[in-house]
Each structure stands twice: as structure tokens, then as C-alpha cells.
Ligand binder design. Sequence first.
Ligand code: ADP
Length: 767
Amino acid sequence: MDVADIPGVPEWLPEHLRGEGIESLYPPQAEAVEAGVTEGENLVASVPTASGKTLVATLAMLSAVERVGDGGRTGEEPPRGKALYIVPLRALASEKREEFEQFEAYGLDVGVSTGNYESEGGWLASKDIVVATSEKVDSLVRNDAPWLDELTCVVADEVHLVDDSERGPTLEVTLAKLRRLNPDLQTVALSATIGNAEGLAEWLDAALVDSDWRPIELRKGVHYGQAVHLEDGSQSELPVRGSEKPTAAIVRDTLADDGSTLVFVNSRRNAEAEARRLASTVESHLTPEERDRLAAVADEIRDVSDTETSDDLADAVEQGAAFHHAGCASDHRSLVEDAFRDRLVKVVSATPTLAAGVNTPSRRVVVRDWRRYDGTAGGMQPLSVLEVHQMMGRAGRPGRDPYGEALLVASSHDELDELFERYVWADPEPVESTLAAEPALRTHILATVASGFANSRAGLLEFLEQTLYAVQTPERGRLERVTDDVTEYLVANDFLERDGDDGLTATSLGHTVSRLYLDPMSAAEIIDGLRDAEDPSALGLYHLVARTPDMYELYLRSGEDEEYTMLAYEREEAFLGAMPSEFDPAFEDWLAALKTARLLEDWASEVDEGEITDRYGVGPGDVRGKVETAQWLLGAAESLAGELGLGVAPAIREARVRAEHGVREELTDLASVRGVGRKRARRLYEGGIADRADLRDADKSVVLGALRGRRKTAETVLENAGHRNPSMEGVDADAAARPDDDGADAGEGGGADGDSEGEDQSSLGDF
Ligand code: ADP
């Protein structure tokens, strides 16, 4: 289908698409248009990775905005529709926003909502297209964002993740609520190829495009011995030298043909080790010009943060290799993705985060590890076919490569056979709803009652009928049982009240918990801990929030039990609530929370970020993730303390602000000036500048000295503090105020106290 023949889209679109090199639609895109996606029809598109799903969504949204909806806004302007694009990860929200921002040239307004959970995002009311995670949309519903009633189109990206026990239920429930709020809402769901796409289509009353068409041929296979075995039965030689690993041999072979390789491994540590190893393979293939450009990228990476991860990544990038995982800061990740797309970095070893939607195609993909550690199963477990196929789908860059090749690696003949059976020839498994589990329903049942979607047991069950779970499970026993258990729990904790026989209402506390986006179990734990607290210490408060189910876990390494048990006794006075006995099975989790709490305490005591990442065996992305989660939970604790009339709110506030900026008490004011950050705040303080007011009237030469003579930075900081004349022209740095250490000044203003874009609050597990 030629782009000029798409009905329902804005006039300017065909020309715009041609400008992007898109002359005609890919077959699955054409099918979607024929099914009415640009005319308001619901659609589920289940197509392989990198086959143009985003354009399907774009067509749906642009036509929906263009179309005058029945319930459209009235006024001077012609009424327009409004579209919402739901992404599974926050990292993808910014990527999609950037992608849709190209339409601002045609008068559309695009917004991304990644802010705090407890806001209703009023400013989004004027946007035509809003991008947000499902958690954020859920929280907007809970906070009654009025513009949600005006939506005419919702797109759910990567909808196959409904089977993820953490975020799947939120997506299910949120889609059900949006559809209840707007009965005419157009729903478009995009999914990787899955085994039961019809079920999803049935759930959403949608037409189905189920296709395995790809824009570039994908050849799947397995490397074993000295050869590549492909799915068509062909074999070709790919020799492995004496001490070489098969992955290195594949990378070398690809380089010989001037191609790049993406290597998927099962843990962050392996990703880093593999990048280090492969760097030596890549290094000798680089041209002098590439070396120079890589050195520049490496410098930018070092500037992102002052940590070992940052240095290790920069070292690898200098040699043309990189790693990519959720422990990297988001700026690290985007630098790596860009350098890989520019063909500067020749190999990236990644955990599966990169397969989940980031657009980084590569000539070859190697799935090196097909098993990974799974704590709940207590050992190594095989990856799902769906996951492996998504990784493999990253192979082949349309228009650049003749075809893409994706290889698993076998070390024995039996494994070769097994991998063919298990992955190469296998179809992806069906996705199944995980809604009927207590942790998921605990939070969603409270929110459903609190936001007025149900006010009785019968109403709740009727609402839950609209979920994928109900479509997939004809038998209702389990759902009813879990609903009853959870309701009982919510009533016992004073979040819900029974009203007559069947009726349910949310208490004032329940409303607050729902708006704060807390798991009710976290709220109960926090309330319990705060009730008897008199003058809680920062460590006590950090520990309290660290032991809630909303803080994802930091595991204890072997030998650490003892260290943290000692610490527990040493700091016994600090903890809120009783310490479980050492023989209690809950003790282990309690200690793990202590590890997180001490990490936060270190951060709020100005310990260097690099020292923290070493001490706790985590990446800079984790430190930021923990800090962000702690900030949110402490903010929620503050609200709960206020609601319950407990006098501890000021202590919580202080602990929160210290965590936010990573500073001791005396620096909280100074560090909150934009562009200052923890290290600069300390140096200014040492130069005699104690707070924002001092900074406003400060002697400029002292400021310049404390900021290591960086004029631009000094001007920005003074401007942000409200200095009357921030110009540094003609100012000399005061040598006395100049710090004598030459430690890097990097990461200030960014990082956990700045614009960091960590992962979502809900856990990404080990990735
Ligand atoms: P997916 O979302 O399915 O993983 P994308 O939407 O990211 O895939 O598309 C992959 C690439 O294909 C993008 O670079 C996009 O610009 C390009 N593309 C999409 N549709 C077409 C088309 N009809 N013709 C040419 N290129 C296209």
C-alpha cells in the first residue's frame, strides 16, 4: 500500500513519510490499515521485532487526533482527539517521546509523563499525544486526571509483557479502566509474535494482525564446533582458534565482513566481562580515525559518573566494545546505543534490557546464554522462546545488511540438538495473565474501590471480568477466592470499610494509600513502624522503607549475613519496630533491607558514589534507582504521618531531602540549588558559603575557586541561586577556596540528584 492511499490520516503525512524514506507500507502495516486502524477500529498487532509496529501506532494516533471525536472538546478550536501511548519501561518513554516529537512541526503537541506518582499531570491536558508507563497511567487514574476522559485512542506497546507478574496486572487493569472511562476509546495493542494473539484480540474486542513477516530475512541457527548450523539445514565453517571462545570467533568473523555483533548474556557481571574480553578481539580492527572518535565517546562516558562501571565502560569503548545493562546510568546506555548505531562500537554485550524495544539492530546477534539464574526457582532456568526470539529479532539492519543472522552457542552435540528443538524451530509460548495473585490484587482492588470503579464485592468481580485473566480463565473460583482474601486484608488494615452486606468503600487512609501509589502492604509496614517512633534516625527510616515490598531487593552476598547481623546489634536503637529473631525466616529479608538502608545512609553521608558501588557490588544505575525509590517512599511516609497526625513528619522530610541530594544535614539547602549537587555543595560550604542565601550574596571569586575555576558552571549556579549579577567576567578564582584534590567533578547536577532516568520503581530484577 502506497503511503498516499492511507485513509483517515492528516494530509501532510504521506509527504512526511516519504521524507523518512517510507514510500509504501510493510505488509503487516497495510493489513492494519485495511482492518481500520486509521478509522478508529481496535487492533492487536502481533508481529516480529523491528517490523514497523511503531508506524502502526503512529498511524492510529495521528488519525485519532485528526478525527473529530463524538465526545471531543468544544470551543473555538475544532475539537481534536487525544492519544495515549503506554510503554512498559521508563527508559522507553523518552525514546518514544523523541520519536513522536517530529510531529510537533505539524502543530501537534507531545508530552511525556514520568514525574511523581502522586500528581495528576494537569499540564498534560493540552497535549495531543501523551507517552507514559502503565504505572504512571494507573497513578493518573487514581489521582483523577480529568483529561483521561478525553482520550480517543490508547496504544499499549509490548503488550506481551502482560505475563510479567510485576507489571502485567497493572497494564491489564489500567486498560480496563481506561476503556470503562471512555466506552468509545480506540485500543491498539502491539505485541511481539506470541502463541495466543487471538486471546488478546478477544479481550480487547479488536481485529488481529498476526504476522511473521520481517523487513529483512532472519536466519536463525546454532554455532557448534567449527561451524554455524542454520535452520534451513545449511552449514558453514566458522572456525574457533586454539584458546578462543566461540563468541569471540563469531565476532571476529563478523568484523572481517565489516559487521557488528550484539551478544546477549545472562547477568550484568557477564556483560561486563564479555565486553572486556571482546574488546581485545575488536581492537586490532579499528582504524586510527575510529580510535579517535571512540576516545571522545569514552570521555563522555567517564563524565557521566565517577564510578568503576563508568571507567570500565569507557575502557571497553576505547577499544570498540561496550556493555549495556540496567546497572548503567541512562546516559551511559544512550551513549552506547548511539555509538553502536553509528557503527563505531562494533560489539555490545547486553542483558536482555536491550532486546526490549531499544532500536539497535546489528548484523549478527549471538545469544550466548540461554539459561539464567532465577531466585524463585532456586537455580538456572531456560529463557522463554519469546525472549530468545526477541533478542534474535535484533539481527539485520534493513537496507544495510543482506540478511540478519542470529546464533545460539552449543558446546556439545546434544546441546546443538536441544537448542534447535527448544528455540530455533520452536514457536513462542502463549502469554498468560498473572492477575489472580495476592500482591497484584492487593493494590488494584484498593485502587478500584478508591477511584469509584466498584463499590461492592459484586461490582469488583464485574470489573475484573474485563481483564485478560477473565477471558483466559473460564473458571472463577480462584479469582473470587483471592479477591475475598485481599478484601479481608484491606479491611483489617483500615484501608477499606464494609458497608452493609456486600458494599465496600475506601477509608480516608485507603484513598491516601491509593493516590500515593503504595502497595497497601508497604503502607501497613510504614504505618506500623511510625506509630511508636519518637525521634526516628535517618537509618531507621531508610530501613523502614527498604523493608517494604515496593523497594526491590538488594541480595546479601555470601558472608554478608554475619557483617549485617553485627551491624544490626550495633545499631539496634535505630530501627523502627521489632527486630525479628535470628531464627525467624523473615530475618534474612530484614538484613537485606539493612544493606539497602546502609547504602542510602552512606549516600546521604556524602560517601563517594564509586565507593558505594564497590562496597555494595552494584552499578551507578542501582544507586540512583534506590535513591529514587527511597525518595518516593519517604515522601509517601511523610503524607501518611500527616494523615495519621503523627509528629514525625519533619524527621522523615529531612531524611528524604538528604537522600534526594546525597548530603549531610547542613548541606540540604545548598545542594537543592539546581546545578550544585553534592560535591560542589561540600566545596562551597568549605569556602564559607552555607546556604542558598549565602550563595546569592557570595563573593564571586570564592564561588569560582570552590567550583575549580569553571566559569560557565559558576555562572549557572549563581543564576539559579538568584544572584543579582552572575557574570564571571573579570573574576579571578580565589586560590584559598580552590580544593587541592584533583578528583573529577563529573556527575554533578546529574545523577541521583538531577535528571536521572533510572528504571521504573517496580523492579527490573537483576537486569
Ligand atoms: P518495531 O516497533 O516493530 O520493533 P520499528 O517501528 O522500530 O519496529 O521499525 C523498525 C524500523 O523500520 C524503523 O527504523 C522504521 O523507521 C522502519 N520502518 C517502519 N516502517 C517502514 C516502512 N513501511 N518502510 C520503510 N521503513 C520502515
